[in-house]
Write a protein that binds this ligand. Structure first.
Ligand code: NAD
Ligand code: GLY
Length: 358
């Protein structure tokens, strides 16, 4: 098992990464507050992993709440039955919520924890690759609004992140690939040698080789923890973690939540950001080719869905959380391995990038 630390002063917490961690009491107990535990999950994950998790919580009074499965249910409305159950079961302020699932369950449970009685502790137990390398770490929690992704939420850090890498073996291929898009992101924004390594390990990763996977997860978490420790509430640096996301969120919203997976939308958005960076002299044509080939080997989409127009995407991008005084700020690449945040690009370049599908 590998343990990393997210250094946030009094809100610091460990990330444990390894095999067969779900049932291990000693990993959970130090981070459980009170005697009441609500495991929050969904029917898919519950049927696969609830039994494995339960022994770790044998000494607590445990209830289970299931959200319906799907990005389209990541709404404020779906939180109400969870609050009802917490109140009906008289969960006190000294209780703990445990998010067992992918990024949807994790983001929703974290937000519920931030709100219930103005804040109760929670633990992230991510079961998708995307959640293990990204959404479970860093404390961004929330739900979607019909007008925009993750528009209602809070920064609220977990007490611990417990990553059992065995859970990845049951993930379907499309979801697995979607998680790899976020892994590639870390190489692009912060670590060129990691990008090189991903190229050499693409086949092993696609075969879900446990050794390659744990290295990829650990390096991704390390980079994310480092960025979050420097800029918890996204005053500046943290925005680089959103490479491809301004484009990607617009694609997700325009296509209808759940149609294009978050990681797939990020892959499309990352290619668009790289194309813009190329036009601005940030990356080379060879870098762009390497990215396209890597995403293709990972079975990730690299083109905008043909039915989306530049106008639709631009109006959705105006809703991005990085917009300042109406200016869309984009995460671009200074070079492969280094990101920058910019609103300094020719106005027509963005529309051109959204129109030309190469
Ligand atoms: P998801 O939570 O919808 O999970 C994908 C699917 O896999 C679901 O059907 C789920 O039930 C199923 N599943 C989960 N674990 C499984 C397993 N081990 N075996 C088989 N099936 C399993 O999607 P996701 O990709 O994990 O997360 C996407 C969400 O994360 C988006 O809402 C996105 O906005 C959010 N996100 C948040 C952050 C953040 O910093 N908070 C970062 C990135 C993404
Ligand atoms: N996923 C982007 C962030 O956590 O900041």
């Amino acid at each position: 098992m590998k343990t990393l630390q997210v250094d946030l002063g009094p809100r610091s917490y460990p990330i444990s990464i390894g095999s067969s961690l779900l049932g291990r009491t000693e990993l959970f107990s130090p981070h459980v507050t009170g005697r009441q535990v609500m495991i929050v999950t969904n029917p898919t994950v519950s049927s696969l992993y609830l039994k494995r998790l339960r022994p770790a919580l044998a000494n607590y009074t445990v209830q289970v709440h299931e959200f319906p499965d799907g990005e389209e249910y990541k709404t404020l409305e779906q939180l109400l039955p969870l609050f009802d159950q917490l109140l009906t079961a008289q969960f006190e302020r000294r209780c703990t919520l445990i998010a067992l699932g992918g990024g949807v369950v994790g983001d929703m449970t974290g937000f519920a924890a931030a709100c219930y009685q103005r804040g109760v502790p929670f633990i992230q137990v991510p079961t998708t690759l995307l959640a293990q390398v990204d959404s479970s770490v860093g404390g961004k929690t929330g739900v979607n609004h019909p007008r925009g992704k993750n528009m209602i939420g809070a920064f609220y850090q977990p007490q611990a992140v417990i990553i059992d890498t065995d859970t990845l073996q049951t993930l379907d291929d499309r979801q697995f690939s979607a998680g790899l898009a976020e892994v590639v992101k870390y190489g692009l924004i912060r670590d060129a040698p990691f990008f090189d390594w991903l190229e050499t390990q693409a086949s092993a990763l696609m075969k879900r080789d446990p050794g390659a996977l744990s290295i990829a997860i650990a390096r991704s978490c390390e980079i994310k923890a480092d960025v979050v420790a420097q800029d918890e509430r996204e005053g500046g640096l943290r925005a680089i973690l959103n490479l491809g996301h301004t484009f990607g969120h617009a694609v997700e919203t325009a296509m209808g939540y759940g149609t294009v997976l978050h990681g797939e939308a990020v892959a499309i958005g990352t290619v668009l950001a790289a194309r813009m960076s190329l036009q601005l002299g940030g990356v080379t044509p060879q870098d762009l080719d390497r990215l396209l080939i890597l995403f293709q080997r990972m079975n990730l989409p690299t083109q905008l869905p043909s039915q989306l127009t530049a106008d639709t995407l631009l109006s959705l991008m105006q809703l991005d959380k990085k917009v300042e005084q109406g200016q869309i700020r984009l995460v671009l690449l200074k070079q492969l391995g280094e990101a920058m945040i910019s609103n300094d690009y020719p106005a027509d370049l963005l529309s051109q990038i959204l129109t030309v599908s190469l």
